[in-house]
Design a binder for this molecule. Structure first.
Ligand code: ATP
Length: 361
């Protein structure tokens, strides 16, 4: 029996609250599914860690993350805790760079019982794959400001960076095994050379996956189509900033940040975290929605199953999905952001109660 090491970065604000809930749900699923073990390794990072230890991402945390099979992260950073130069404390970004996590996986799937933003509640089930190491973000801290008259940032698109993220988008499309798998390249290739290059590399990689349909959309059209016909998308792959924006748009379509999980994948490491931040306005009130963190655990288990060829974690993931679906459909897991009045612990308890049940109560 394989035991997986999971580094747990609880972080700040609502991070520790939603992670505690997600770990309770993980423990509940493991009681139902034998055949794999989990060792949790506490790996502190964030604004509180900086306040206590003088470091936002201690070396011991980084090495625990490197040694882990997967990393579960809450959210890091607090508005009133900053470095002496005034910049934000964002160890999650340092982690992304240190572990070379180049593919940001942002699924948007409509869940029954969660009010979506669109009339008619279309059956949304798409994934945005965001390149996470380059694009316009490569300019981070490196832009030029001339006097108070001019400022520039430079977009960086490399062949290697584009090839690897496009490959992961196509592999993901294959794994989702839809009847007609499709990857859509989103760019602004009609205006910028860097995006035309991104599209050219996309086309070269797409030719290696003849079983997956490949198409393109300019980002403005993609934004409109995501609102008009989101059910027509499967996997989208795009540059860093465009992916940042479109994935929040997609989260908005399916009920908001409280239900949006994510993964940041590299070739050797993987971080799973809710799309939301630390939500300091909610910290300590006990009403944060834990679903984004719980669904991030589902992604983590599926990742372990994929990378280790082990069906047991995937079976646990299906148990969690089933329990979440049932608890949402019954209304018991609906927190304030979803129009309900469940607290974080009410929602967690409701999901735990639904383990093993096959029909909405
Ligand atoms: P960051 O810059 O750290 O990503 P942000 O400023 O985008 O953070 P978030 O912390 O992501 O802000 O959240 C924005 C708002 O959305 C919060 O203030 C909160 O009201 C709401 N929100 C975020 N996460 C949740 C959640 N899990 N449950 C309920 N509401 C949430």
């Amino acid at each position: 029996m394989k035991t997986y090491r999971i580094a747990v970065v609880r972080g700040d604000g609502i991070g520790p609250e939603v992670i505690a809930s997600a770990l309770e749900v993980l423990a509940g699923a493991r009681r139902l599914v034998a055949g794999f073990g989990v060792e949790l390794i506490e790996a502190p990072a964030g604004a509180e860690t900086y306040r206590e230890q003088g470091e936002a991402l201690p070396a011991s945390t980084l090495s625990a993350c490197r040694a882990a099979d997967a990393i579960l992260l809450g959210a890091c950073g607090l508005p009133d805790v900053r470095y002496p130069d005034g910049t934000e404390i964002i160890p999650q970004v340092t982690l992304r760079i240190e572990l070379d996590l180049y593919a940001g996986i942002r699924p948007a799937r409509r869940l029954e019982g969660v009010p979506g933003a669109l009339a008619g509640d279309p059956a949304i089930d798409l994934v945005i794959v965001r390149e996470s190491t380059e694009g316009i973000f490569a300019s981070l801290g490196g832009g030029i400001v001339l006097g108070d008259q001019l400022a520039t940032d430079t977009q960086v698109i490399t062949r290697r960076g584009t090839e690897r993220v496009v490959h992961s988008a196509f592999r993901l499309a294959r794994r989702r095994s839809r009847a007609r798998p499709r990857v859509t390249c989103v760019d602004k290739a009609n205006i910028l050379r860097s995006f035309a290059f991104f599209r050219q590399v996309f086309d070269e990689v797409a030719a290696l996956y003849p079983d997956v349909k490949a198409d393109h959309l300019y980002v403005d059209a993609a934004a409109m189509e995501l609102v008009r016909r989101p059910e027509h998308f499967d996997v989208l792959v795009t540059e860093n900033l465009l992916g940042d924006i479109l994935s929040d748009l997609a989260a908005g379509l399916i009920g908001g940040l409280g239900v949006a999980p994510s993964a940041d994948l590299g070739d050797r490491h993987a971080v799973f975290q809710p799309c939301h931040g630390t939500a300091p306005d909610l910290a300590g009130t006990g009403v944060a929605n834990p679903l984004a963190a719980i669904l991030s655990v589902v992604m983590l288990l599926d990742h372990l199953a994929d990378t280790h060829g082990d069906p047991a974690p995937a079976a646990a993931a299906r148990q969690i999905e089933q329990a979440v679906t049932t608890a949402l459909a019954s209304g018991e897991a609906r927190t304030a952001d979803l129009g309900g009045n469940a607290t974080t612990s009410d929602a967690t308890a409701a999901i735990l109660r639904k383990f093993g049940s096959s029909h909405p109560a």
